[in-house]
Design a protein around this ligand. Structure first.
Ligand SMILES: Cc1cc2nc3c(=O)[nH]c(=O)nc-3n(C[C@H](O)[C@H](O)[C@H](O)COP(=O)(O)OP(=O)(O)OC[C@H]3O[C@@H](n4cnc5c(N)ncnc54)[C@H](O)[C@@H]3O)c2cc1C
Length: 534
């Protein structure tokens, strides 16, 4: 926790150009973009980074084919281009994936219309991905026998993209980029609100771990609190033209349903798209889309029933999935931006999923409403442009702030990994060679891991969830782990792919805790057990 302690100290002492409240995707990209361009940035989150909505998504980077139904072509075009830009910039962390959509019998549109929609979607995305492919019923049955043909009139395949690690890991990458460019960030540090004093903000903060309070001073304030944007604006006296409404979404994670790595797409009983998404050795099923009044949600029995019923009806499984098959659950709210004067939300499903950045130049204040992971690079760019208009200088305005290291660096890493015969250490049953996994997760820092293993083969010992001892040391130094859950659920997806009982009995867990927490290992393990009802 040395990194966090150090950063807390700096936050209490320094004065910043910009303070960002909220370390979900919107706050993280804002921090990365501004810090890379030379702005002095402070970033805080009252939970873990990506600890709220940004850890509950479908892990998809997609153009939003479903928004074609609401004729929101502008949004689909924008999201498709954002997806393409992300695919180009993150060749290891974001992968194109095929979606196989089954066309239900008696559906509200004829198959030819959906097929046309698939081509329109492809064209709106500049034909960047593999083209769509029609699948008559016989072919569908042959290629994906798990889909119950009794329910459909054939299907079609099209492409989008997904995050093979996870949404939270992807978002943490932006926090890390911000830190690498000199930003000062701390998780578990809550903003209690504050005031504008002549030319700067003074925000009172509380360390959630120790309850210590102190002020942070900054010229400009960015409210990236996701579903809590309105709440935080109340704490700072900001009036906005927009506000959030919430849509709850649930996913269930079960054992792997099909050996093929493609997303199975269906239309659920309520007519909404519904997916079975590959997640390593697991499948993630969902999601739901229901209005809710509060950002705090839990998975109810009704949600579980809806998801399980829908998947059981559409697949030919050796036996129907039941609650006992659920390994982990995900549940969150989509913060959707509407105009404050719009009254009731109206047609729920057709509410726009666009983001809105509202600026109050008088107070040097920005509020980020709505958005999607897919849209994140646009949010970062727009925040940079707006901040400059507020009079905050960007010493390096042209600096690229996103993307993986250049292909030549990757080639050098893979060459060195081959020379060291690194892939002989790949775990049996792993979905990919160790060298690809390390490069994807750590980028150029993976060279340090290679060095550590070359110097001491004991550093390659796997402790938990495929993670090696040397990775744990790196994570401890660079990834600001405060609770065991931060490591198990957000820096890795271990807690999404194994049951809590399995995790707490894993042989390498205590060694992991000792590296991450030193003398506090036992206490942190007990805290995890308590918080997970073990
Ligand atoms: C079920 C579901 C599926 C989705 N699927 C996809 C998908 O497949 N693809 C896609 O592109 N998008 C998807 N989304 C949308 C996407 O996940 C969200 O739009 C995005 O994660 C929102 O990020 P955010 O940064 O605005 O909010 P958050 O991630 O919620 O971050 C806000 C942060 O602010 C912090 N905070 C709040 N108040 C304070 C305070 N007072 N002090 C300090 N910190 C504070 C919170 O702790 C939180 O971490 C999905 C969303 C849901 C719910």
């Amino acid at each position: 926790m040395a990194l966090r302690a150090d950063n807390l100290h700096q936050l209490a002492q320094g004065r910043y150009d910009v303070l960002i409240v909220g370390g979900g995707v919107n706050g993280a990209v804002s921090a990365a973009a501004l810090a890379a361009r030379g702005v002095r940035v402070a970033l805080i989150d009252r939970g873990d980074f990506a600890g709220f909505t940004s850890a509950q998504s479908s892990n998809l980077i997609w153009g939003g084919i479903k928004y074609l139904e609401s004729y929101d072509f502008r949004l689909v075009r924008k999201l498709c281009l954002s997806r393409n830009r992300l695919l180009q910039s993150y060749p290891a962390s974001i992968r194109e994936i095929r979606f196989l959509a089954a066309i239900p019998r008696g559906f509200r549109y004829p198959p030819w219309f959906l097929w046309l929609g698939a081509w329109l979607y492809w064209l709106l995305g500049n034909g960047f991905t593999a083209p769509p492919r029609f699948m008559p019923r016989g072919r569908l049955e042959q290629e994906e026998p798990i889909i119950d043909p009794g329910h459909c009139r054939g299907g079609f395949e099209y492409s989008d993209a997904y995050l093979p690690d996870s949404d939270a890991r992807f978002v943490f990458g932006f926090v890390r980029t911000a830190l690498d460019h000199g930003a000062v960030a701390a998780n578990y540090l809550e903003s209690l609100g504050g005031r504008r004093e002549s030319d700067h903000w003074v925000i009172r903060t509380r360390d959630v771990i120790t309850s210590r309070e102190f002020d942070i001073a900054a010229k400009a304030l960015i409210n990236a609190a996701g579903p809590f944007v309105d709440e935080h604006n109340r704490l700072t006296g900001q009036q906005t033209e927009h506000r959030h409404v919430y849509s709850k979404g649930v996913h269930l994670i079960v054992g792997r349903l099909t050996p093929h790595s493609r997303v199975l797409a269906f239309f659920a009983d309520d007519g909404r798209p519904f997916f079975a998404i590959p997640m390593g050795e697991r499948t993630c099923i969902g999601t739901t889309d229901t209005p809710t009044a509060s950002p705090y949600t839990v998975v109810t029995d009704e949600d579980r029933e809806f998801v399980l019923d829908n998947i059981n009806q559409r697949l030919r499984l050796s036996r129907p999935l039941t609650r006992q098959d659920i390994i982990a659950e995900r549940c969150g709210v989509r913060p959707l931006a509407i105009r404050r004067d719009a009254g009731e939300a109206g047609d729920w499903l057709h509410l726009s999923r666009r983001h809105v950045i509202e600026v109050n130049p008088h107070d040097a204040h920005l509020s980020i409403f709505g958005g999607k992971l897919t849209d994140c690079l646009n949010v970062g760019d727009e925040v940079c442009a707006q901040i400059q208009r507020l009079g905050v200088a960007r010493p390096r305005p042209e600096q690229i702030w996103y993307g993986e290291p250049p292909a030549a660096v990757r080639e050098r890493f893979l060459r060195q990994a081959r020379k060291a015969d690194l892939d002989r250490l790949t775990e049996p049953g792993a979905a990919e060679p160790l060298s690809s996994r390390l490069w994807r997760r750590y980028g150029a820092v993976a060279f340090d891991l290679l060095d550590a293993i070359r110097h001491d083969s004991g550093e390659a010992e796997v402790l938990i969830g495929g993670c090696m001892r040397c990775e744990m040391r790196l994570i401890q130094k660079r990834e600001m782990i405060v609770k065991l859950e931060d490591f198990l659920r957000r820096r890795t997806a271990i807690a999404q792919t194994a049951r809590p009982e399995e995790i707490s009995n894993a042989p390498g867990l205590m060694a992991t805790c000792r590296i991450l927490f030193g003398d506090e290992a036992q206490a942190k393990w007990l805290e995890y057990c308590r918080e997970n009802g073990l």
